[in-house]
Design a binder for this molecule. Structure first.
Ligand SMILES: [Zn+2]
Ligand SMILES: [Zn+2]
Length: 274
């Protein structure tokens, strides 16, 4: 049986709607074997969407306390989602998700997952309105970050496609897009991380399919990579939102197993999905 688990969960420490304890209780209620928290790590800008150092220490302390308290009921892990421009210390966590959200120019920045309007404005401002130039720059920067940082999990790989179903910004079938994404995928493979099949945008109603696209997942399989399901949930009721669709995508891409946070000493364990 495929175990229920997510290594990617957010709480009221930053932009989630539920506390860590509420998330754990809900996870137990849903039959999860494990849950990993991955709050947005410290960075020196956009303070509403990240921990500051003081909060970070309190977050770490709380998750460690809950990890002990719930030891007999569910395996709790302390993780972090570190942005490509983040500065948090990886060694303070059991694992790190490496994600890229932002483009920055001086004091101006935009996140590719904030809103269709913000992204369109950012593309006008930093890329002369050329969305393909934006995604090429995205994958080039993401590749550099993955090569340097070598995260345990590669977060929402094709995040710039978030609004494409409803507000098409660029053509995902264009060779220029595919080449940029595949080159970054090579760097991702080289980094040694797991690729998450992230259902966060399904839960929020932006997409019908998880990140990454089936084409990218198939390529990842060809490269010999491994995948993990991740709900990137910001509320307790969304802990396993879209997991049926994510498993279908994994199988369609040819995967016969997934990696999930285990219950023993090993951080990630392999589970068959056939
Ligand atoms: Zn993220
Ligand atoms: Zn996240």
């Amino acid at each position: 049986m495929v175990p229920l688990s997510t290594p990617h969960a957010h709480t009221t420490w930053v932009d989630g709607r539920n506390t860590a304890r509420e998330m754990i209780e809900a996870a137990i209620g849903k039959g999860f074997q494990s849950i990993g928290f991955s709050e947005h790590g410290v960075q020196d800008f956009d303070p509403d969407y990240c921990l500051n150092r003081e909060k970070e220490l309190a977050y770490q302390e709380e998750i460690k306390k809950l990890r002990d308290e719930y030891r007999d009921r569910i395996r709790v892990r302390l993780g972090v989602e570190r942005d490509a421009m983040g500065t948090c210390r990886r060694e303070e966590y059991e694992y790190a998700i490496g994600s890229m959200h932002y483009f920055r120019d001086g004091a101006y920045f935009f996140a590719v997952d904030s809103s269709p309007e913000d992204v369109a404005n950012g593309v006008r401002r930093l890329f002369d309105g050329d969305a393909t130039a934006m995604v090429k720059a995205y994958y080039a920067s993401f590749a550099r970050f993955l090569t340097d940082f070598r995260p345990d999990i590669i977060g929402h790989f094709d995040l710039p496609t978030k609004f494409n179903e409803k507000h098409r910004l660029f053509d995902e079938n264009a060779p220029a897009y595919r080449d940029a994404a595949f080159a970054c995928l090579d760097a991702a493979k080289e980094s040694g991380g797991l690729l998450e099949i992230n259902t966060g945008a399904i839960a929020r109603g932006w997409r019908s399919k998880p990140y990454p696209s089936l084409r990218i997942l198939k390529r990842w399989k060809e490269l010999g990579g491994s995948v993990s399901l991740a709900s990137d949930c910001h509320s307790a009721e969304k802990l396993d939102a879209g997991y049926d669709i994510a498993l279908e995508a994994a199988r369609a891409a040819g995967f016969r197993s997934i990696m999930a946070l285990g219950c023993g000493r090993t951080l990630f364990e392999e589970y068959g999905i056939e």
